[in-house]
Design a protein. Structure first.
Length: 198
């Protein structure tokens, strides 16, 4: 992939990065909010504060190299998050190949990252909402492994906080996921999949 943004009829497309999570302080440290935590980590590293968007989302805007990047946190709950994603995509007029969605995945071991160019929701309510609202599953996503305790109800598990013994792995995954976003924008989906899925 060319490191310059894809252009179409004279327009330069902006990259979109959307972290998934539930709004509100009580969900802040839960497993389901790992997508939020990674984009919040980027904002913290760059000392940029999220601003209210023109719709149900908060955002920051920055550049990686020569690339413009729009990074958002939807403010709807997970099962309606597709509304916010569709609004953002419509406003930015961005091709779906330039969109990266970050979500937790209980089917992956804690700390494991998996990047895909497209695919099903895999049981994730946020991804299902986006796919249903956009009418396609053909957009890149970064799945973030949170593991799964089979002794717990799935809903209770994803809405539970990480254990103290898991924090170091979580912090490493947040760091790795943050770099993965930058690599996706600058190096493209194929390079990023090969590197992080290995």
């Amino acid at each position: 992939m060319d490191l310059m943004a894809v252009s179409h009829e004279g327009k330069v497309w902006m990259f979109l990065v959307i972290g998934l999570g539930n709004p509100g302080k009580k969900y802040q440290k839960t497993r389901h909010n790992l997508g939020f935590r990674i984009v919040e980590n980027l904002a913290l590293n760059w000392n940029i504060e999220f601003k209210k968007g023109n719709g149900p989302y908060l955002y920051i805007q920055t550049t990686f190299g020569s690339q413009d990047v729009f990074i958002a946190k939807p403010t709807t709950y997970m099962n309606r998050i597709g509304q916010a994603v569709k609004k953002i995509c419509s406003e930015q007029e961005t091709e779906l190949s330039q969109l990266l969605v970050l979500c937790d995945d209980c089917n992956l071991p804690l700390g494991k990252l998996r990047i895909r160019e497209k695919g099903s929701a895999g049981g994730h309510n946020g991804l299902a909402s986006i796919i249903n609202t956009l009418g396609t599953d053909e957009f890149p996503r970064m799945r973030l492994g949170i593991g799964y305790n089979k002794e717990m109800n799935m809903k209770n598990y994803v809405l539970s906080p990480f254990l103290s013994t898991e924090i170091s792995q979580v912090n490493e995954m947040i760091k790795k996921g943050s770099q993965g976003i930058i690599d996706f924008v600058l190096r493209g989906i194929d390079w990023t999949m090969n590197y992080y899925n290995g």
